[in-house]
Write a protein that binds this ligand. Sequence first.
Ligand code: NDP
Ligand code: 2IT
Length: 456
Amino acid sequence: LLLPDNYDFLLKYKSKKEFLDSVVDNYSDQKEFHQAVEEVIHSIWDTATSSEEYCKFNILDRIVVPDRTIIFRIPWMDDKNNVHVNLGYRIQFNSAIGPYKGGLRFHPNVNLGVLKFLAFEQVFKNSLTGLNLGGGKGGSNFDPKGKSDKEIMSFCYAFMNELYRHIGRRTDIPAGDIGVGAREIGYMFGQYKKIRNAFTGVLTGKGTNWGGSLIRPEATGYGLVYFVLEMLDTRKDSLKGKTVTVSGSGNVAQFACEKLIELGAKPVTLSDSSGFIHDPDGITQEKIEYVKKLKSVRSARILEYAKKFNVEYVEGKRPWSIKCDIALPCATENELNLDDAKQLTHNGCYVVAEGANMPSTTNAVHHFINQKILFGPGKAANAGGVAISGIEMSQNSTRIPLTRDKVDGLLKEIMQRVHNTCVKYGKKDDFVNYVDGANIGGFVRVADSMIDQGIV
Ligand code: NDP
Ligand code: 2IT
């Protein structure tokens, strides 16, 4: 082809370790990014290094470097006229299969390493949906807790005052993530529209009056439960009567619980960064409505649930000590470690599916796989959110909104497709390794597309 016969760089790394060491050396302070890269490389190594094409085009070196990383200053004024400065980011990681797509996170822990891990994961997740979506992520170290509505609005405007020049409906389409929901998307959309004088589908997760898709708020949590159904089905098992521990109490956790209840399972926990509640009788739809209202104020604590419904509250802990059949971590990265994993399987838990991105530590993931339980990694199990973002984009392009039933049907279909891809690439003998399946399945589509487009 285009390339000479003599490739000095053809598999320039002698081992997986040598390659991973080079990533650590190059980005020494980005530990979450190393963790995400290590997991993916572990799965794809044989696929990537046994193909001459992948080696010739040096896909390995190219896939771990973002197309571009944008970092900017966000000056804004609080209600007392104090001027603050936060950092804003957008990582445009890979656009081989579509425009950059991924959420924005507002949380004090946000830094380059966290957003690079999220953007990297997003590349493979978006590929698994089968839609034409590249991978990106962004956000700020801004802390929304305790801020007034006016301060949130000022911050969102200030953020968009710089972000607008880097995004667009054919370039990069952000959405929500931790700390960014419908309200923040509204303020950012308003400011983008004002600056550009253009009403376009530049963000997803919009209000349904102005271009948002039905089921987008529900999509990550519902999709997670649809994925669990698919996993259970491989063992001719169902959700009926299963006890489920859920962490988090935000967007993903709330709608995961809602779908669990609808399908006859019993969610018994919710958490936030302060602690968790345990409701052994089961969280009901009525109680979920209470949580939605409670958590619409970002500083509200899940402790209030325990007080209102007179159940146990455990300060400063996560819910993995509670006996369950199924565990759904839906809060944040690295919230479930090896000890938690051991305790879960010891107590009989045999399904873990990640609503959050990378909530299980590397050791915890290895434990689940060694135990041969059903383990659904985030990039597969939580792909429903971005998938319905993709469906929102298509509705914005056609200007024809879809019904709730239609979107829900598409969500189910896409989660089945994600699951099938995991099985196709991850099944060995009788066991499906969903981590390998998701990583390899996500990778080949992106890598093949990169090759089709040459060396860009
Ligand atoms: P929300 O902001 O709605 O809720 C976040 C929840 O997680 C809150 O309960 C929050 O508690 C808790 N949490 C956040 N940070 C921490 C922390 N450092 N330690 C303990 N708890 C924490 O976010 P989402 O529900 O949207 O996101 C949850 C997870 O799901 C994230 O990993 C996100 O990346 C992932 N995800 C989200 C998608 C979406 O469409 N929204 C799609 C796919 C994945 P507190 O109030 O105390 O901060
Ligand atoms: O992690 C994720 O997939 C999201 N936060 C959703 C991204 C999106 O563009 O809908």
